[in-house]
Design a protein around this ligand. Sequence first.
Ligand SMILES: [Zn+2]
Length: 187
Amino acid sequence: MRCPFCQYTDNRVLESRSAEAGQSVRRRRECLRCERRFTTYERIEFVPITVIKRDGDRESFDRFKLLRGIVRACEKTGVSSVQLENLVDEIETELQQRAVREVHSYEIGELVLQSLRHLSEVAYIRFASVYRKFQGINDFVNTLHHLRSDGTPDQAELGLTLIDSDQLNGTTNEAILSPSQSPSSRH
Ligand SMILES: [Zn+2]
């Protein structure tokens, strides 16, 4: 960081403190040449993330839209709203830390599924049913089978078509099961 007065590049930090409600660090510095003082702020880089939908369209990542889709899948599953907020926070943070500013909608869907499988089996199956556009009961059975064995179901193996993120927000919800119809309750 160059001194704003003499352009010299070396300085020493006199003081560091949290600023802007923890969103940044304020540092008071002193130039090693002219000894004048100046202040710098360090912040986490926040660059908009672009989501590439299945049809190739691009849109800005919208955490509220993502949250709405997950909330719908988790209705009456005992997963708390705090857990869902944390889930979305983790996904957004992971995306923010990537070097690439573009992400495919199916990658976001898989991140959601990875998290949901630890929270609720029913929520996992419901979200997968919408997101992977289940066509019939076999898709549910296969997904449940994979969920209980190990690993995330392989989309090619399931022979399923991914849907774009518009459908993550619940505009297409025919495939969402009510809790009483969930596959797990049929055993
Ligand atoms: Zn200076």
